[in-house]
Each structure stands twice: as structure tokens, then as C-alpha cells.
Design a protein around this ligand. Structure first.
Ligand code: GLY
Ligand code: MN
Ligand code: MN
Length: 429
């Protein structure tokens, strides 16, 4: 597997991003980006560390206690990096750090300082400046620190906004990383499909995913895996994954790895015994047909809300054809009757975060159309609760979602997860 190394995207690309970012800043401003804090799990144990997504996007650096500062004057912009010092005792317990000297070699910034110097430098950087950019989701303690030094500042702006906008369009290197993530995720889904008959609990399937993810160099899952058998699939964020698998059930598996800080997000719904019942097949085929039809519409210029509308219309029509809803499709859509069975969105941006925090609307509130380089999921579903007396009995207790990760290309789209099996005949054995 290529690219086991964490630093896969080149410093030159990060530098380019920093340049684009600083171009968007106002004159006489300072922008400051902090690394994520290490988070306590309990007492003196910590959660595995994960870098702040925007900070990672601008640096590719995965250490905590790290800060990027941009100082923009009337003519010039300077960029500075603060890193934690090399400290033998610290390193004995917590591992090696890059340190100032190595950081100077790796990062193409104007200067690298020790993290402990941040407060004193900040004072100088902020002199005569009027605007301060920081991530509005920053921990309160850091905001307090910033405001202490920002006496002259009259305008505070959210530094996350321009970065989130930049993150909408993926570079070749980012797309390559997502593809790597998907290679591993494909492997895990295919192994789960093969092994399902022999397994007894949802968590055994989850374990297969986690094993394959780590075994193949992914750092973690991109989100908590959903392994929802039978009626559990009707809980959209089901993550208990502790039920016993039953015969003739469908199992909805929404699981994808994070590889070098890029997500994959895939759902497949498979039969527990390798065979669909007739009712399961009917519902599954409907969701699959809708998913394919929506994916086929993707191209630059298309609005995501139109994909949503079309998916709702197609699913509603299918629900009527199967006798799950009754009446005219037009009226049912108007009443939102279909939302009982399809309550969520058709998809979302994906990248460093599984739900990439990039904008869906521009500054004026107008929807941003699809553009080449965007990556989004397409994930229609149908969910019929076991106690839903309005639905025909044979469909009750079935939840189905099918989700792929799509790259918008210049001409249309590329389904990056196309090779992960989803046809009925591929899932039956
Ligand atoms: N796995 C979360 C989602 O599909 O959005
Ligand atoms: Mn998704
Ligand atoms: Mn998903």
C-alpha cells in the first residue's frame, strides 16, 4: 500500500494554501491558527490525538502545542510557526517532537519559534493591527489569551471561514489520499460481506472493519462505525453495535477509514445469510436505483438541493409503487409524507472531515453549485420501523442506505467507491 508515511502531501502544497489564505486577509491584520488540544479521556489518560482539521490543511503538521501566525501589513505578509520545544523528559513519555531546528527545515515559513514564546511575540505582531482572525470555535481559554493582547483590535473575524471555502475544492494530492482511504474501506466492506454468514454479533463485524483499517495503515475510522442489523438500521446514528445477528435480516454497515487525515464514508446494506427476502429485495432495488440515478446527474453547475429534491421525488414514487405510501406523489411530496421513510440529506461534502465543514451557500446566502474538484457523498435510504402499522407488514423492520463517495469532474463525475459491491447479485452468495 502506497503512502504509509503521514506526510504525503508536500510542503509546497501547504505553502501554496497558506499563500491563498493570506491573500484573503485584510491589510493590517493578524491571523492565528492553533493546533488541536490533547483531550483528557479520564484522569491521566488521553484520547488519541487528532490535529485540528483546518490547522492540518494549512500545515500537514500533526503535533499539538503548535501555532501558525500570519501578519499582514500594507505590503508584505509574514508567516510564523510556533512549535513545542524538544525536551528529553517530555519525549521519554510522549514521543519525539520535531522541534524548532527541524521545523525550520521542513516548513517554508518566515520564522519558527518555540511555543513558549507565543505570548511575547503575539504582543509585537498585534501592534498597530486592527483585525484579528481566529477560529471562532477556539477554546475559551485561548480566546481569553488572544483578547488580552488584542487591545487595538476593533474587528474579529473567523479564520476558519476562508479555509473551509478553500477545502471545498480538492487538489490532486487530496483526491489521491481519499482514494487510498477508499481502497482500505473497500477491502473491509468486501471482507465483511464474505464473513457475515459466519459471524454472530454486530460488534464482530465492527471488529473486522477496525482490524482491516489498522492492518492496512489507516490511522482510525473516520467516524464511529454503524453496524445495524434488522430494525436497528432504523436508528440513523446507531453505534451500539451489540445486537445478535438474526437470520434473514439486513445489516446496514456505515463504515469508512481515515487515512492520512482524509475520510472515506461508505454504507452498504447486506443480507445476514447471503440471500435477500423478496420484500428486502424490492426495497433495496428501489434505493439502489435512486442512488444510481442521482449519481448520474452529477456535473459542474448542478445544485445539491436539486439532487435532494430529485431523490425525494424518486423515493416517494417508489414508496407509492410498493404500497408503503398511498396517494398522489405530488401531494405526498408537498405534505412531506415521504420524510417519515427518508428523513435525511442526500449527501454532504467529504474530505479531511467526514462531514467537511465547507460552506453550502455563498456569502449572499445563494447555494454554491457543484464544481470540479468537490467531493460529496450520495446516500439515499429507506427506513421502515418494525412498529410502523401504516406500512405493509412485510417491509417493517427494514432499514437500507447505500452510500458512495463522488468526485465532481470537469465533465461530470467519478464515483470513487464504484468498486465496492452493491448490486443484489453481488451481495448474494
Ligand atoms: N457516516 C456518516 C454519514 O454518512 O454521514
Ligand atoms: Mn455520509
Ligand atoms: Mn456514512
Amino acid at each position: 500500500m502506497a503512502g504509509k508515511e503521514l506526510q504525503m502531501i508536500e510542503e509546497q502544497e501547504y505553502k501554496k494554501r497558506r499563500k491563498v489564505f493570506t491573500k484573503k486577509l485584510q491589510e493590517n491584520s493578524v491571523a492565528i491558527l492553533f493546533s488541536a488540544e490533547a483531550k483528557t479521556r479520564s484522569n491521566d489518560t488521553e484520547y488519541p490525538y487528532r490535529q485540528n482539521s483546518n490547522f492540518y490543511y494549512m500545515s500537514g503538521f500533526t503535533e499539538d502545542k503548535t501555532v501558525l501566525v500570519f501578519v499582514k501589513g500594507a505590503k508584505k505578509t509574514k508567516s510564523y510557526l510556533f512549535v513545542y520545544k524538544k525536551d528529553k523528559t517530555e519525549e521519554l513519555w510522549n514521543g519525539k517532537r520535531l522541534g524548532v531546528l527541524q521545523a525550520k527545515k521542513r516548513f517554508d515559513v518566515d520564522a519558527v519559534f518555540e511555543y513558549s514564546e507565543l505570548a511575547s511575540k503575539l504582543k509585537i505582531f498585534l501592534e498597530g493591527k486592527h483585525t484579528l482572525y481566529y477560529d471562532f470555535k477556539l477554546d475559551y481559554s485561548k480566546v481569553k489569551l488572544l483578547k488580552r493582547y488584542a487591545k487595538n483590535i476593533d474587528t474579529f473575524k473567523n479564520a476558519a471561514k476562508p479555509i473551509q471555502k478553500m477545502r471545498l475544492i480538492k487538489s490532486q494530492a487530496e483526491i489521491a489520499t481519499i482514494k487510498e482511504a477508499l481502497k482500505i474501506t473497500k477491502k473491509a466492506h468486501h471482507i465483511a460481506m464474505k464473513k457475515v454468514k459466519k459471524l454472530h454479533y454486530e460488534y464482530e463485524l465492527q471488529a473486522e472493519f477496525e482490524y482491516i483499517f489498522r492492518k492496512n495503515g489507516a490511522q482510525s475510522d473516520a467516524y464511529s462505525s454503524i453496524v445495524a442489523s434488522g430494525n436497528n438500521a432504523n436508528t440513523l446514528h446507531y453505534i451500539n453495535n451489540n445486537a445478535k445477528l438474526q437470520k434473514n435480516e439486513l445489516i446496514l454497515i456505515d463504515a469508512g477509514c481515515e487515512y492520512n487525515y482524509y475520510a472515506s464514508d461508505i454504507t452498504r446494506t447486506i443480507p445476514s445469510q447471503g440471500v435477500f427476502t423478496k420484500a428486502q429485495k424490492e426495497l433495496y432495488q428501489l434505493v439502489l436505483d435512486v442512488q444510481k440515478e442521482i449519481i448520474a446527474l452529477i456535473k459542474p453547475g448542478v445544485m445539491r438541493t436539486n439532487l435532494q429534491k430529485k431523490a425525494e421525488e424518486l423515493l416517494c414514487r417508489g414508496l407509492v409503487q410498493l404500497g408503503i405510501l398511498e396517494g398522489s406523489v405530488k401531494k405526498l411530496l408537498k405534505k412531506n409524507a415521504h420524510k417519515k421513510y427518508y428523513p435525511h440529506g442526500i449527501g454532504h461534502w467529504m474530505g479531511i472531515d467526514v462531514h467537511d465543514e465547507s460552506p453550502y451557500k455563498d456569502k449572499k446566502g445563494k447555494e454554491i453549485p457543484l464544481q470540479a474538484g468537490m467531493v460529496l457523498t450520495i446516500e439515499p435510504g429507506i427506513y421502515i420501523d418494525k412498529d410502523d402499522r401504516n406500512a405493509p407488514k412485510r417491509y417493517r423492520g427494514i432499514g437500507i442506505r447505500i452510500e458512495d463517495d463522488i468526485l465532481v469532474t470537469k465533465k461530470a463525475y467519478k464515483n470513487l467507491s464504484k468498486k465496492i459491491k452493491k448490486e443484489i447479485k453481488e451481495l448474494e452468495f
